[in-house]
Design a binder for this molecule. Structure first.
Ligand code: NAP
Length: 435
């Protein structure tokens, strides 16, 4: 019998478990450990609450989770409740699928002022992540600046713009919905340090900004490259840039009916954030591209008055004591997923925060191929009973998958009309709901 522990119950974790089931059939026992009492990681806490079709992939993970040889070990923090070393003593393979839940640091003066949030915090807040339930973003202001030109910047701009009615059918948490509904927002500026041809935004997500009830995107026509240059782009990127061109052509008269402008500010690098005890303005330097398409400052500085700054500049994997880490790249040091003998990583923890949820599927299958070659038939280790003994001794309250189903049932029962679920945002409420 082979025993595999997977740390992290997001997409990379469940695709790896699915791959292990396919590879080893009934000759494997898999435990998926998560520090939170609820599974699915990025699906629950990262994917936007109005993107329910993307979240539906959790049904596939649930199928894996409900098999006899796969366990969910929730509410257990590796590094605190049990160490990686201990797990390695119990399991033939330990796979870190911990994702990249930490914000990459916005390293500018004033980056720590109240009113500056990383996207992990802001996205976590509207998705009900227990770590960010209390951040209270100042939504009573008129202008929010978003830094970054990726899909997370688009998610954040869209969530800030939507009306209560537009959140119908979403699983946004009510504390966020109420505050967003009351917001007095007039302007959202999305700062990109490079230009329209360097965005990391995909067409579907960009296109959604063109169909909002109370907001309209605005692109300065002068920021767009020559039309003919679009021919050199790969098709997805060309579609995205075509959308930016459409946004640039939106007539001013159309904006008159809308409450919120979503301004794309290209060639704009944040230099500092200022304010008296809270965010009041951001200082920006106009940039241009060098011959390698890197952004370089022009020395032209301007100021945007604003009430909140949300930095959407990418994520990092949290390090774990004793596990080799590549600090510059924010991921575990690894060669094709191997960290140390018996210790592996997969998904964003292996390659950094890029790609779609589906990208983690081949990643999960690839790591299991490697594990299969390394562990053979297994070394007669103890697996789950050994883990249970350690956790019982330390009085850790483990949440199983059957407990999660009770939590989910309670959340569904609490749901507002038209919403799929009213999520619990506090760990103690999740634990209480499992009975
Ligand atoms: P991302 O795609 O890597 O974009 C990060 C953006 O931040 C880039 O525009 C980057 O600009 C900019 N940036 C980085 N450091 C900066 C700095 N110091 N100052 C100013 N700008 C800076 O990251 P993400 O948006 O967090 O997305 C992460 C992954 O999740 C991506 O693969 C994304 O596609 C995926 N995702 C997908 C969806 C969806 O499919 N619906 C939704 C959300 C996220 P440079 O290019 O100049 O470095």
């Amino acid at each position: 019998m082979r025993h595999i522990a997977i740390i992290g119950s997001g997409p990379a974790g469940y695709y790896s478990a699915e791959a292990a089931q396919k590879k080893f059939g009934s000759d494997v026992r898999i435990d998926i450990i998560d520090r939170l009492p609820v599974p699915f990681g990025l699906i629950r806490f990262g994917v936007a609450p109005d993107h329910q079709s993307i979240k539906a992939v959790s049904a596939r993970y649930e199928k894996v989770a409900l098999s006899d040889n796969v366990g969910f070990v929730g509410n257990v923090t590796v590094g605190k409740d049990v160490s990686v070393d201990e797990l390695q003593g119990l399991y033939d393979a330990v796979i870190l699928a911990t994702g990249a839940p930490n914000d990459r640091t916005l390293d500018i003066a004033g980056g720590d002022l109240p009113g500056v949030f990383g996207s992990a915090a802001f996205v976590g807040w509207y998705n009900g992540h227990p770590d960010f339930a209390d951040i209270e973003p100042p939504l009573d202001g008129r202008h929010v600046v978003i830094i970054g030109n990726g899909n997370v910047a688009l998610d954040v701009a869209r969530i800030l713009s939507k009306t209560r009615a537009e959140f119908g059918g979403s699983d946004i948490v009510s504390h966020a919905l109420d505050m967003l509904d009351d917001s007095k927002l007039e302007d959202i500026s999305i700062l990109g340090r490079r230009g329209p041809h360097q965005i990391a935004m995909t067409p579907k997500e960009l296109g959604e900004l063109g169909h909002l009830e109370r907001a309209t995107p605005r692109v300065e026509p002068g920021d767009l490259p020559e039309l003919g240059d679009d021919a050199l782009l790969e098709p997805g990127m060309r579609k995205s840039v075509t959308l930016l061109r459409e946004f640039a052509a939106i007539p001013e008269a159309f904006r008159a009916d809308k409450d919120i402008n979503i301004n794309f500010d290209f060639f704009a690098a944040p230099v500092a954030i200022e304010g008296n005890g809270k965010v009041e303005r951001i200082i920006v330097e106009r940039t241009r591209l060098d011959d390698q398409y890197r952004s370089i400052g022009t020395g032209e500085i301007y100021t945007i008055d604003c009430d909140m700054v949300i930095s959407c500049i990418g994520y990092e994997t949290p390090s774990i004591e004793g596990v080799p880490f590549e600090h510059g790249r924010g991921r575990f040091a690894n060669v094709e997923g191997r960290i140390l003998p018996g210790l592996y990583c997969v998904g964003w923890a292996r390659r950094g925060p890029s790609g779609t949820i589906g990208t983690n599927r081949p990643d999960g299958y690839a790591i299991i191929d490697i594990v299969a070659g390394d562990i053979g038939d297994g070394a007669g280790k103890t697996g789950r009973p050994g883990l249970d003994a350690i956790l019982e001794k330390r009085r850790v309250q483990v949440v199983k998958f059957s407990d999660w189903k009770k939590i989910e049932e309670a959340e569904t029962a609490r749901a507002r009309e038209g919403a799929p679920r009213e999520k619990f945002v506090r760990i103690e409420d999740m634990i209480a709901a499992k009975g």
